[in-house]
Ligand binder design. Structure first.
Ligand SMILES: [Ca+2]
Ligand SMILES: [Ca+2]
Length: 265
């Protein structure tokens, strides 16, 4: 037969200086709570707003050689096909320097996969001349109703920003062909082009680094410079379901660093 055992009491932790213990306990808890809050904010804030970070590049490296484009980390360029193989993309001083070759017959295009429906791209840029510009061109080469997969673009120059829906506008095959052949556009084509471009005057100082953020959500495209919303465009081509590629489009020169790509869905 089992004997009834007296119920065990949990061991008591005693403190020889209870008031000091209580003060230190409160301070430690406050510190831990603030640490948790600040860490959660630092990690969760951009992720919650922009989605999942799917790519980032700080360009803090050197190429294996300096004769031709070799940016690495999944980047491609059009220098071989459009600039006779001249080096137009140079990793230098921890950034990516893009410079049009005098022998090029097209703007420099530096490409990276960027697959999402809704998402965002952030980078730092520096333009060194008033005539320079940098375009973030979103493309889907599997979309055959447009020229060369062009969906839409967000562009920044030292004097303005511009957003263009190419898919349902100027890069629609029939519109682009009519323009290339200098044919008069039909009434439907003219109507299709209406409202597909948004330009906003914005001065950004040359020779200085600036922050750029482009967001895509549904049929809304926004561009922010140095943390301030500069322009937004609401247009059906932006809702194209499969953005597959980011093309940095540089008609002259631009310097780029800290590229980040987020996928929201
Ligand atoms: Ca280099
Ligand atoms: Ca860097």
């Amino acid at each position: 037969m089992e004997r009834d055992q007296p119920a065990r009491q949990p061991p008591r932790i005693t403190c020889r200086f209870p008031r000091i213990c209580a003060v230190w306990y409160t301070r430690a808890m406050k510190f831990l709570a603030s640490l948790v809050a600040s860490t959660a904010f630092a990690v969760a804030a951009p992720a919650a707003d922009l989605g999942k970070l799917i790519f980032s590049d700080d360009f803090n490296r050197n190429e294996s050689q300096e004769q031709t484009d070799d940016p690495g980390n999944g980047w491609g360029t059009n220098s071989k096909s459009r600039a006779k193989g001249d080096k137009q993309v140079d990793l230098k001083e921890g950034a990516m320097r893009i410079q049009l070759s005098p022998r090029a017959d097209h703007a420099v295009s530096v490409t990276h996969p960027a697959e999402f429906t809704d998402g965002a791209v952030a980078l730092r840029f520096m333009l060194e001349d008033g005539k320079d510009s940098l375009g973030l061109d979103f493309a889907d080469l599997q979309c055959k109703e447009v020229h060369a997969g062009h969906l839409f673009v967000a562009k920044v120059s030292p004097k303005d920003v511009q957003l263009v829906d190419h898919k349902t506008g100027g890069m629609r095959n029939d519109i682009r062909e009519a323009r290339a052949e200098k044919r008069t556009l039909t009434a439907e084509q003219q109507q299709a082009l209406a409202g597909k471009t948004k330009t906003a005057a914005l001065r950004t100082e040359t020779g200085k680094w600036h922050d750029l953020l482009v967001t895509i959500q549904g049929d809304d495209l926004t561009i922010s410079v140095d943390g301030k919303l500069a322009a937004s465009l609401h247009s059906p081509g932006i809702a194209h379901p499969t953005k597959r590629m980011l093309r940095l489009s540089v008609p002259r020169n631009a310097v780029v660093d800290d590229v980040k790509i987020w996928r929201k869905q």
